[in-house]
Design a protein around this ligand. Structure first.
Ligand code: ZN
Length: 289
């Protein structure tokens, strides 16, 4: 591939927001001695085998391509792949493996002699989605992951002048109790928002819309409660999906822009996701690590 070629022929790079760097493919194998070979270095042929067809096949594949499309929604959130951001080397490698669904869980062919069921006694197949999102073994770490993200979003809203309350109990119209993650309101304009960040393993692109609708159905019956309690005119509900493997859906980005929250909020959440999901994975594989 020559320098300056369109990224169209390198669709994986384009999809995850990276620019092709032909120099990355040059190494000592292709040019072991620069004194004897002063000409222009050539790229390794095996690095050039990615085609649009092969990428489409990867995305359609049941296991490794699962949820990968969500990385294409907000490509700026994928910069950790190129520069590691705040990740340690082992976290970075684990995160890359999780991205391609290659973490060594039992459902990966050839990884287990003891079957594919969860090693912690769940009746489920031990997939990465089970480990990161459902297994009892990771419950406390998942709660911690969620609380960190909730606090980050709450702090960003406070910095923009909102009055913010977290983990607040309330009543729905049918008399049942609910607990909202974040209530933010402006005492002058009397506008309020209920924000519920939800962390899910990435499966498909319309997940974020489904989460938003689900959260609306749960929390809209509490709107009148908050209107009365805080003398608000309008309260809107936002269910924010965040990918367990550090993906940021377009819906989250639109929310961030609508409320003029900084890009650092998005980038910090990505790193929190990756670090915490790595912890959950290690705690699953090697408990008490
Ligand atoms: Zn389990």
């Amino acid at each position: 591939m020559s320098p300056g070629s369109s990224t169209e022929s390198y669709p994986t790079f384009a999809r995850i927001g990276l620019r092709e760097n032909p120099g990355k493919n040059l190494n000592q194998v292709t040019c072991p001695d620069r004194d004897l070979n002063p000409g222009r270095l050539v790229s390794r042929p095996d690095a050039l085998t990615v085609t649009p067809q092969s990428v489409r096949g990867f995305l359609k594949e049941d296991r490794r391509g699962k949820g990968v499309e969500m990385y294409s929604e907000v490509t700026a959130a994928n910069s950790w792949i190129a520069n590691k951001k705040g990740l340690s080397t082992s976290e970075w490698i684990s995160s890359l493996k999780m991205t391609a669904n290659l973490a060594a869980v039992r459902s990966v062919p050839g990884r287990s002699l003891d079957g594919t069921r969860c090693r912690h006694g769940c009746p489920e197949i031990e997939t990465l989605a089970h480990v990161l999102g459902f297994c009892e073994q990771g419950l406390l770490l998942r709660n911690s992951r969620h609380h960190l993200v909730r606090s980050k979003i709450a702090a960003a809203l406070r910095n923009k002048g909102w009055i913010v309350e977290e983990e607040i109990s309330c009543l729905a119209e049918n008399g049942s109790t609910r607990r909202v993650d974040i209530l933010a309101y402006n005492a002058d304009t009397k506008q309020g928002i209920i924000v519920d960040p939800t962390i899910c393993f990435e499966v498909e692109c319309h997940q974020s819309a489904e989460v938003h609708l689900e959260k609306k159905s749960i929390y809209e019956p509490t709107v009148n409660y908050f209107k009365l309690k805080y003398a608000l005119i309008h309260v809107e509900v936002f269910g924010l999906l965040i990918g367990a493997r550090g993906t940021i859906p377009a819906f989250f980005e639109e929310f961030r822009r609508q409320f003029v929250l900084p890009t650092s909020l998005r980038d910090d959440i990505v790193i929190i996701m990756l670090k915490k999901s790595c912890q959950i994975l290690i705690n699953h594989m090697v408990p008490h690590y």
